[in-house]
Design a protein around this ligand. Structure first.
Ligand code: TRP
Length: 368
């Protein structure tokens, strides 16, 4: 989603429900540490561009951590969702494969994780029909994230897909019976909608014959812990502002972009997010890469000023991303292998979606 949308959501959201979601997240982290096998993760991205360091530190890193801890992982490359806020799909094939390359380079393991595009999984999309019957128009219109995204897409009127994509996203999550969705807080209203749909499906159609548990689990959000990083101009990071560093960029391009980053006129470097957001943001990036406190890095730079700060950030980031980038280059040399991985994921997703849809049709007595 866009950053404006995040702002609006932040202002209008019910703070109490955010705090509840935080609390739930913490409980889930504790349960995960004990027994990861009780969870199945589904999450995903819209292929609207290339992944950047904000995605890496905000979500990709966490997904890899979850998978490595033993949680079964499903990743949707949400191609149909691209058209919610724009006309047309852009260079979608290139973007889908770029996402896939970043997932794999980051450490997602396709032998246990399932990566798919939802347009290639018809039975997943068919779940949208029964699910749509379980939501009201006013619920759809009340979703704060949808409202904010529409506002951010200046001048656009609401399309049927924009209004209903949270229901489609529910199908993304529930077709594989995922109960854990690592997301940013903008996605919390969608998860609430997904739980409502799962509840109503159960109360309308009951349990599968001979079973005392419902077809669909209730999915919960796992909020990411890490600080959000800003763009290199100190504004929110966004593709359209060209203030990001994409994972696919090389070391030289990274250096060039960081050289142009905004700092301030005070030479002595300190970590002070309130009063020195740009400098502090650069320190945060270095801190995430070096896995130590930003204050410590600031103290080391001290009188070295903006020039030294940029040098440290460039070196930290390039070193941190070096392996990722090398793996990415290797992966892109073999498009046939990438295609195989995606096709295998699509096949697995179809098999699971077929079986869930069969259960749904059975529950709805639509077996003839
Ligand atoms: N809407 C999500 C985003 O913009 C992407 C997405 C699509 C997703 N389907 C999903 C996220 C299912 C979590 C679960 O980031």
């Amino acid at each position: 989603m866009t950053n404006n949308a995040a702002d609006t959501f932040e202002n209008s959201t019910d703070h109490a429900s955010y705090l509840r979601a935080r609390e739930t997240s913490e409980k889930i982290e504790a349960a995960l540490a004990k027994d990861p096998s009780q969870f199945r993760v589904l999450t995903g991205d819209r292929p609207t561009g290339h992944l950047h360091i904000g995605h890496y530190f905000g979500s990709l890193h966490n997904r890899v951590r979850l998978q490595r801890s033993g949680v079964e992982t499903w990743l949707v490359i949400a191609d149909y969702q691209v058209t919610t806020d724009r006309d047309g799909v852009g260079p979608i094939k290139e973007r889908v494969y770029s996402l896939l390359a970043d997932y794999l380079a980051a450490g997602i393991d396709p032998s246990t994780a399932t990566i798919f595009v939802h347009s290639a999984v018809p039975p997943l999309n068919q779940l949208m029909l029964p699910f749509l019957s379980l939501v009201t128009e006013s619920e759809l219109h009340r979703n704060p994230t949808v409202k904010a995204e529409l506002e951010a897409a200046t001048g656009r009127t609401m399309t049927g897909l924009m209004l209903t994509y949270p229901v489609h996203q529910t199908a993304d999550i529930l077709f594989c019976k995922a109960n854990l969705v690592p997301v940013g807080k903008d996605q919390l209203p969608h998860l609430e909608q997904a739980r409502v749909i799962a509840d109503r499906f159960e109360s309308h159609y009951g349990h599968p014959e001979g079973s005392d548990s419902p077809i669909f689990p209730r999915p919960y959000g796992l909020l990411s812990e890490s600080d959000t990083i800003l763009g290199l101009d100190g504004a929110k990071m966004s593709k359209s502002r060209h203030n990001t560093i994409e994972l696919r960029m090389d070391a030289d391009e990274t250096a060039r972009l960081i050289r142009k980053a905004v700092t301030d006129s005070e030479r002595f470097i300190t970590y002070d997010p309130e009063n020195r957001p740009e400098v502090s943001n650069l320190l945060t990036i270095a801190a995430l890469c070096q896995n130590r406190p930003a204050e410590e890095i600031a103290a080391e730079i001290g009188n070295g000023g903006g020039g030294m700060l940029k040098k440290v950030v460039t070196e930290s980031l390039n070193e941190y991303l070096a392996e990722h980038r090398a793996r990415r280059v290797e992966l892109e040399k073999d498009p046939a292998q990438l295609q195989n991985i995606l096709h295998e994921g699509i096949e697995r997703a179809n098999a699971v979606a077929d079986s869930t849809l069969a259960e749904v049709r059975e529950a709805m007595r639509m077996v003839y």
